[in-house]
Structure formats: structure tokens, C-alpha cells
Design a protein around this ligand. Structure first.
Ligand code: HEC
Length: 136
């Protein structure tokens, strides 16, 4: 316990992201990159909150959040709000292909943040989302 605490403290002083057991190599690599871009520690709780937070549509359409397409249960398939296309579950426990490719992660953060938040997500927000998603 004490050793873990010391290791965690040293790592956070050094700005190194502690790898969580459930993280893929791609997630660990992304989190380290976000910290070099200025993000602090990541929080699954903040990611969870933001995943469910509604953002108004500037063009007057319905408010959106991440569940609009991914669904309210990460273990189940989602459905694209506009095209109706099935989206495979986000939880790695049922879909191990999730979060295994850093390029794919960034591509979809870019698109989906712009679509839901109407702006790009910050490195902090992306890390919180990844912390949340990879805990599932
Ligand atoms: C308009 C529909 C839509 C919304 C809203 C949406 N997504 Fe997605 N998302 C997709 C689609 C489509 C994919 C790519 C298909 C796939 O991976 O199954 C995807 C993929 C992803 C991926 C890549 C997962 C991986 O395995 O690498 C991440 C991360 C992601 N979305 C995060 C978010 C976040 C965070 C939000 C809320 C800010 C969000 N999405 C909202 C449609 C959406």
C-alpha cells in the first residue's frame, strides 16, 4: 500500500500516467500525450458526467450528448442518431476491439466532440473520457 502510494506520488510529480490494469497500450499512450499537452490527473467520474451532459445545438435542434449515438448502456449496441447505423458497444468488457488504436480514438474524438460540444475537446476532457470508457 505504502509502496504504491510512493510510486503514485513520484509518478504524478514526474507527470507520468500510472497505467491502470484495464488500459490498452493505445489508451496509456494517449493519456501520456494529453499530459504533455498540459492535462492534469484524469478522472473516470468527470468523464462519466461529461459523457451524459447535454449540449445545446446552436442550430436549434435537440440537445446532444455522447449517449445520443452510443446509447445509455455501454454494454449494448448504439445507433447513429442521423444515419441509423448500428454502433458496436463501447465497453471493452464486451467489445475488446475498443480503444486499441490511437489514430482511431483521435479521429472520433475530433468528429464527435465537434458534433456534440460544437468544439474540439481539450486534452483533459479526452483523458477523462478515456479513463471512464476504459473502466467499463
Ligand atoms: C453522431 C453520433 C455520435 C455521437 C453523438 C458520438 N459518437 Fe462517438 N462514435 C460514433 C461513431 C459512428 C464511431 C465510430 C464507429 C465505431 O467505432 O463503432 C464513434 C467512435 C467513438 C470513439 C472511438 C472508439 C474506439 O474504439 O476507438 C470514441 C472514443 C468516441 N466515439 C467517443 C465519443 C464521445 C466522447 C462522444 C460525446 C462527446 C461521442 N463519441 C458521441 C458516433 C457518435
Amino acid at each position: 500500500m505504502k509502496k504504491l502510494f510512493i510510486a503514485t506520488t513520484l509518478a504524478s510529480i514526474a507527470g507520468i500516467q500510472i497505467a491502470h490494469a484495464a488500459d490498452t497500450a493505445a489508451v496509456t499512450e494517449r493519456l501520456n500525450e494529453y499530459q504533455t499537452q498540459g492535462a492534469a490527473d484524469f478522472s473516470a467520474e468527470r468523464g462519466d458526467q461529461m459523457w451524459h451532459q447535454n449540449f445545446p445545438d446552436p442550430e436549434g435542434g435537440p440537445a446532444q450528448n455522447c449517449t445520443t449515438c452510443h446509447g445509455t448502456d455501454l454494454n449494448l449496441q448504439g445507433k447513429h442518431a442521423r444515419t441509423g447505423k448500428i454502433i458496436e458497444p463501447m465497453a471493452r468488457s464486451v467489445n475488446p476491439e475498443r480503444l486499441t488504436d490511437g489514430k482511431k480514438i483521435e479521429k472520433w474524438f475530433l468528429r464527435n466532440c465537434k458534433s456534440v460540444l460544437n468544439r474540439e475537446c481539450t486534452p483533459q476532457e479526452k483523458g477523462d473520457f478515456l479513463r471512464y470508457l476504459s473502466s467499463k
